[in-house]
Design a protein around this ligand. Structure first.
Ligand SMILES: Cc1ncc(COP(=O)(O)O)c(C=O)c1O
Length: 411
């Protein structure tokens, strides 16, 4: 029988080294949560902590050196996105980019054209959803959540039916973090463009695996965060198409074209651009690898475990992403037991104050309540191998069976 231990108890017994993504004992399968920093990225960042530490706003050699590093990083990111350098601003994370994009576009559209509606989907990351809810509750915007299909996708026709010039901004996630489904962003952007309404997309998950050419996507605003593609945490970027107005969220010394004040974090900006450059250069090769492993994983889980559903779109999904719901399982318990067995995965459902709740994404999909608590997300990375997947497949059916028959409070 599987015994559940408290997290703190388990931590005490574990040497840190075991957590390396290349560990043979513990297998990390949560790359959508975060990725380790690529050693090439770390190397590129290192000189900017101690050697070239100047403030890029300073008018001396130290400052100029840091400014040059930021300029060439911005140029590099712009090339990766196929835009002009001045259309990129650096932020502190994907969440900040999302906040600035939606709040900034909504306030500007109200000032400039008296637009008051916000259209988004019910399966956005909380950085968008909670910003949209705050715009509604505190700032009197009219928030409309567009209906989604069973894969968590907004039908472009529905957007076309709902959009009008009084919409301040539309925000639709590119690839969903929890269920991996990919939106047809270029179709959605075409509709927004016809109505001259700015479209923001949250590409925080997508950037590691999908095309991010802003001209082909046709987006006006796009959020990125580097810790999802082997860059450092604490740094994000926002693409802002020339001509799109935003009201700044952080006011101060006027850095980042007046849209995001605060002394630049040179090493993290350098790390962001190097991580993105490497990601784009190696993307095809990694995606091929992910697809092979993911197809094996999904088919084996479906074949070997009764009462399981794949969540998200079977084909239009991130190559590294597999997500399921298991009937009569509590996802948070499943993640804990898998952790004890040596696997790092995640679940959208959480247990708050002893009361398990399905994630809002699973709820929005309308999944049967007997399945809704049992979500599991397995996301692959550059270090994941077929024998890692096979090791998980060896234990998962037994873990599920034990949890279903155990007395750990399953529904
Ligand atoms: C789709 C999506 N958007 C936004 C974020 C927030 O990014 P950050 O952690 O950089 O704030 C995440 C992080 O999980 C995400 O998956």
């Amino acid at each position: 029988m599987i015994a559940l231990q408290s997290r703190a108890q388990r931590e005490l017994n574990r040497p840190m080294l075991e957590y390396s993504p290349m560990s043979s004992e513990r297998i990390y399968l949560d790359y959508a949560a975060t990725t380790p920093v690529d050693p090439r990225v770390l190397e590129a960042m290192q000189p900017y902590f101690m050697q070239h530490f100047g403030n890029p706003s300073s008018h001396h050699g130290w400052g100029l050196h840091a400014q040059q590093a930021i300029d060439s990083s911005r140029q590099q990111v712009a090339e990766s996105l196929n835009c002009a350098p001045e259309e990129i601003i650096f932020t502190a994370c994907g969440s900040e980019s999302d906040n600035l994009a939606l709040r900034g576009a909504a306030f500007a559209a109200r000032q400039e054209r008296d637009a008051n509606r916000i259209l988004t989907s019910p399966v956005e990351h909380p950085a968008i959803l909670n910003t949209a809810k705050q715009l509604e509750s505190i700032h009197d915007f009219q928030l409309e959540l567009l209906p989604i299909d069973r894969f968590g996708l907004v039908d472009p026709q529905i957007l076309a039916d709902r959009i009008s010039p009084d919409v301040a901004a539309v925000s639709i996630i590119y690839a969903n973090n929890e269920i991996g489904s990919i939106h047809p962003i270029s179709e959605l952007s075409q509709i927004c463009r016809e109505h001259q309404v700015p479209l923001h997309t949250d590409a925080v998950q997508a950037a590691s695996q999908l095309p991010i050419d802003v001209e082909s996507l046709g987006v006006d605003l796009m959020s990125l965060g580097s810790h999802k593609f082997y860059g450092p945490k604490g740094i994000g970027a926002l693409y802002i198409r020339s001509g799109i107005s935003l009201v700044p969220a952080l006011t101060g010394g006027g850095q980042e074209y007046g849209l995001r004040s605060g002394t630049h974090n040179t090493p993290l900006i350098v790390g962001f651009s190097e991580a993105l450059r490497i990601t784009l250069a190696e993307r095809q090769e990694h995606n091929r690898h992910f697809l092979q492993l993911r197809e094996h994983l999904i088919s084996q889980v479906i074949d070997s475990i009764p009462d399981v559903l794949l969540t998200g779109h079977p084909d239009h999904r991130l190559p590294n992403h597999a997500s399921f719901v298991f009937r009569h399982i509590q996802g948070h318990q499943l993640v804990e037991v898998l952790d004890r067995e040596g696997f790092g995965c995640s679940s959208g459902s959480a247990c708050k104050t002893g009361d398990p709740e399905p994630s809002f994404v699973i709820q929005a999909l309308g999944i049967d309540p007997s399945f809704a608590l049992g979500s599991l997300r397995i996301t692959l990375g550059r270090h994941t191998r077929m024998d890692h997947i096979d090791a998980l497949l060896k234990v998962l059916p037994t873990v599920i069976q034990d949890l279903r028959s155990s007395k750990h409070g399953n529904p």
